[in-house]
Design a protein around this ligand. Structure first.
Ligand code: AMP
Length: 224
């Protein structure tokens, strides 16, 4: 399928934890020449750096809970004002509540969203994916635990150590999925009502899912 550039798209990617949002959002951002803005990555960086935000978010994240809306809305508002976001962006992990979605609508009044993708994968599959997920503590690359490339316990890209994230432990996964159903799943209807929703089947290989994602973006942005 086409790998034509899609410059300047403004997209939100929704989906349960482990649906593949991060991987797909990163690829789409590279193709569209826009930043991939992951609020989870931003928070994890703040925790690593020990900033005031990181200190506030650390325990909340470890428990699998949500960081309060006002904090998240402030972070995203600031990030979308940066120069590199002027041409577009791929948002991953935000919005996660109806309050955040409404705030995003206000923040983007001048340059509104082109589409919202719901990457659909059911619970059983995501639980399996998350529990076998290992994230490099150096470059944040995500691997499967049984990937031969990390059999020696070292990340082949940067020499860091692939580890299980605290919030990928079974109890935190259960809690995060519960919160997803309660707080984030209603956003699917919210965006369907606004006529912005594209559902994309998240099962299959990374390339298969990416082709479906591109078809959804093409459909919305008019690129043939
Ligand atoms: P993620 O990598 O997107 O799964 O995010 C990891 C964790 O960061 C979540 O479980 C939340 O604790 C926190 N987080 C990330 N994005 C948000 C958001 N938009 N609202 C509230 N908490 C968030």
């Amino acid at each position: 399928m086409t790998a034509a550039p899609h410059p300047g798209v403004r997209t939100v990617i929704l989906g349960r934890q482990g649906a593949g949002k991060g991987t797909q959002a990163q690829r789409l951002a590279a193709l569209c020449l826009v930043p991939h803005i992951s609020t989870g990555d931003m928070l994890r960086a703040a925790v690593r750096e020990g900033t005031p935000l990181g200190l506030k978010a650390k325990e909340i994240m470890e428990a699998g809970d949500l960081v309060p809306d006002d904090v998240m809305i402030g972070i995203v508002d600031d990030r979308l004002r940066e120069d590199d976001a002027e041409r577009g962006w791929i948002l991953d992990g935000f919005p996660r509540t109806v309050g955040q979605a409404e705030a995003l609508g206000r923040i983007t009044t001048d340059a509104p969203l082109d589409l919202v993708v719901d990457l659909v994968v059911d619970n059983e599959v995501v639980i399996d994916r998350i529990s076998s997920r290992r994230t490099c503590d150096g470059c944040q690359t995500v691997y499967r635990a049984d990937d031969p490339a990390i059999a020696d316990g070292t990340c082949p890209k940067c020499g860091g150590t692939p580890r299980q994230r605290d919030d990928d432990q079974p109890e935190a996964i259960r809690r995060r999925l519960e919160i997803y159903e309660r707080e984030t799943a209603p956003l699917v209807d919210h965006y369907r009502g606004l006529g912005l929703l594209e559902e994309v089947d998240g099962l299959g290989t990374e390339d298969e899912v990416f082709d479906r994602l591109l078809a959804a973006v093409d459909h919305r942005t008019g690129v043939e």
